[in-house]
Design a protein around this ligand. Sequence first.
Ligand SMILES: Cc1cc2nc3c(=O)[nH]c(=O)nc-3n(C[C@H](O)[C@H](O)[C@H](O)COP(=O)(O)OP(=O)(O)OC[C@H]3O[C@@H](n4cnc5c(N)ncnc54)[C@H](O)[C@@H]3O)c2cc1C
Length: 499
Amino acid sequence: MNASNNDFDAIVIGSGIGGLVTGGILAEKEGWKVLVLEKEDVIGGKIYTFEHFDGDEKTFRKILRKNHLSTIVDSKPEISELIERKVFSNYIFEGGWHSYINADRSRLSFVASGLGKEMKVHGSKGFRLFADGKWNSFRYLMRNWTQEDFEEGKKVSREMNLMSKEEAGEYDHIDLRSYLKSRTNSENVRNFHEWLAGYETGHDDPKLISAGEHIKTVSMIHCAGNDLEDGSGGQPEGGFNVISRLFKEIIEENGGEIRTGAAVEKIIVENYKATGVQTSNGVINAPRVICNIPMQRAQKVLEDEYWPKEFKLQIEKNKPLSGILGWINTKKPVDPDFKGIYIMPKLPGCSPEDGFSGDVLFGFEDVATYDSTRTPEGEGLMTVWAGLLPDQLHNPELVQKITKGIFTFYNEYYPGFEENLNWYFLTACDELYSITVTPGMIGDKRLPVKHPLVKDLFFTGDSVTQWSFGVSGAIGGAVNCASAATGKDYSTLMPFYMR
Ligand SMILES: Cc1cc2nc3c(=O)[nH]c(=O)nc-3n(C[C@H](O)[C@H](O)[C@H](O)COP(=O)(O)OP(=O)(O)OC[C@H]3O[C@@H](n4cnc5c(N)ncnc54)[C@H](O)[C@@H]3O)c2cc1C
């Protein structure tokens, strides 16, 4: 039964994973009636998943643009043909590569389980690095290290693993390259951490990766009993919509409601207290408002006078994480026995001498090797990613070099690749994470989950105070937001090393 418009304990603006998880905690743990207002026609925000999509091209492109902030830069055959032939109706895929750290021991799984729900999660097993013209397991590569390299590697890793979150936080605004240089002269050890961090943070330039964030991530993964160099990413079986549906269910089971196509135009503030929201269908009142719109766009829905100058300056400094992503469907997997991650530190033809700011890191994973629900039996479905800075993302020449590099590599390395290929599409994604994990943008520079001046106004998602990034970061933000809104510590839903 739907509650009337003014019957809610809290309004959540946006049904991204941040909004749904905060809403879920408030609904299940506090018994609050939660109303989620989502401007798009589908829920999930960036984690929206195309499940057997058989709609039209306009809808496909719109969801990519609005939910995933992505536009198609290349495909084979043309997208119009793929849609007309209803090819996508056989597959399940996200806007681009989506995998979160710690798989079934992630923040997400712990919070879901604390709210009484379980998800089946597939973890990636193995990590291959392309070196000397072939794929090597990350661990195998270490066999070529000297004894000194080994000792250095152990020393650097031990120091990282023993640091508390607070100690690691002292390196939040130090870049990873400088940090590693200060710790070891071993190039092998430095490369090892830079490649791992490139994959884990989605940023291929170690000068733009926060050392503190890398240390905290490595340490969290170790504490969970996983090893980044053995894989340790994961995805729910059947795609990320499973997560949205699970938290939607929690909200609805506790008397809440989710409305799509319901854009919020303004947060209503009276005497420095949030009292509700203005939508195109009128005003909805509630004693608390929780905003899941990424901070750089949240400015649109709150009067300028309520944005302290420091907030605005910090938002201007923040840059999103961008990149080229996509999906490649093959008649059979390129290696059916490998269920892990492939990383190539230098995509052919994509280095500084080719006009890029650094070597372009290229990664992929074949999700069909461990989640059989995503494709017709026996096929491969690779999700690919190449790092590219926001200011280079819309340079057609650079994008073309990446596309060429990807397929030159596949054709050279996997004989018969062209015959094995069914279809592919690549996108330029402007915003994977709202804020890239870069010194000066994270840690104590993140904006608070509680508005410092406006009472009962809170923020959630991956752009607010928390540590970690992407899906894991959005869960951290959601938990912090629920704690701020209730005055209770909901970080206890997660083990101590994730708080
Ligand atoms: C292509 C792609 C690949 C990614 N890959 C990974 C990965 O491999 N690993 C990883 O950890 N993370 C990955 N991410 C990042 C991860 O998906 C995001 O960090 C996370 O989903 C962000 O969730 P959020 O709730 O903070 O924000 P969002 O998902 O952006 O949610 C915000 C919501 O607010 C809604 N909204 C905005 N304005 C209004 C309004 N006025 N009224 C009502 N609703 C509004 C939006 O429509 C949206 O639903 C990827 C993201 C993309 C796009």
